[in-house]
Write a protein that binds this ligand. Structure first.
Ligand code: 13P
Length: 266
């Protein structure tokens, strides 16, 4: 049964994952332009997070603080341990120190290209929360899995393994992004109805693994080729509380229009 976003406390959340794009100079330009385009009303209605590469975070923190921007700073990944002999890795402690509030965990590009499994992703979820930040847990199926009818089985296992050791209170504040792998960077969207069906199943899985109140409170995003022209129909779906945007978040004008979906939607 779909839940009703309007009756809950699920503030819509639009997140921009820049992936490995924008050096720290380009990041400053991008965020300054975005801040100019977004108004108070936008931030009152929608939580906006940006996830630049690690090397940009310090510059972004300074800009957000100095200009008192209401953008929330996010990271794209972290290591589950606080410190140690992990050459090239970034501790969640360092991210928290930089004012990072959201951390993407288990993105399909990390699962597919860097071999991250469900157990490792679950450790990251715990680490991010341990340091007072919010995980955006990514789940999603490959095209082959979708065509074999395995979509729901795949995402349920991913959700279960990441959440089963979390308390109801911890899960309430989390975000899960459903990103079908075949829709990432391809220009192919899951239809809003298909996305709603999977996301509603994710909410049911949270209810069964954790609790019904956690399922009501957790925010669920869709990600995969979201554009200004497609966001409104996606956000009309009752269980979809936001979007995780890749390519379109690199263009501040396009990303601002995505954040402002209400203005051209209703
Ligand atoms: P695109 O919006 O470029 O398809 O990327 C989606 C994504 O992976 C966001 O994390």
């Amino acid at each position: 049964m779909p839940s009703d976003r309007t009756s809950g406390d699920r503030t819509p959340i639009v997140s921009g994952n820049w992936k490995m794009n924008n050096n720290h100079f380009e990041a400053i330009q991008c965020v300054q332009k975005l801040a100019y385009l977004l108004q108070k009303d936008d931030f009152d209605a929608v939580e906006v997070t940006i996830h630049p590469p690690f090397t940009d975070l310090r510059s972004m923190q300074t800009l957000i603080d100095a200009d008192q921007l209401r953008l929330k700073l996010g990271a794209q990944n972290c290591h589950p341990d606080d410190k140690g002999a992990f050459t090239g890795e970034i501790s969640p402690v360092f991210l928290a120190k930089l004012g990072v509030q959201y951390v993407i965990v288990g993105h399909s590009e990390r699962r597919e290209s860097f071999g991250e499994n469900d157990e490792f992703v679950a450790r990251k979820v715990a680490a991010v929360q341990k340091h007072g930040m919010t995980p955006i847990l990514c789940v999603g199926e490959t095209l082959a899995e979708r065509e074999s009818g395995l979509t729901l089985d795949k995402v349920k296992v991913q959700v279960r393994s990441a959440l089963e050791k979390r308390t109801s209170e911890q899960v309430k504040s989390m975000v899960i992004a459903y990103e079908p792998i075949w829709a990432i960077g391809t220009g192919r969207n899951a239809s809003p109805e298909d996305a709603q069906e999977v996301i509603a199943a994710i909410r049911e899985e949270v209810a069964s693994v954790v609790s019904r109140p956690a399922a009501q409170a957790i925010r669920l995003q869709y990600g995969g080729s979201v554009k200004a022209g497609t966001i409104a129909d996606i956000m009309r779906q009752p269980d979809i509380d936001g979007v995780l945007v890749g390519g379109a978040s690199l263009d501040p004008t396009e990303f601002a229009r995505i954040v402002q979906y209400r203005r051209h939607a209703f």
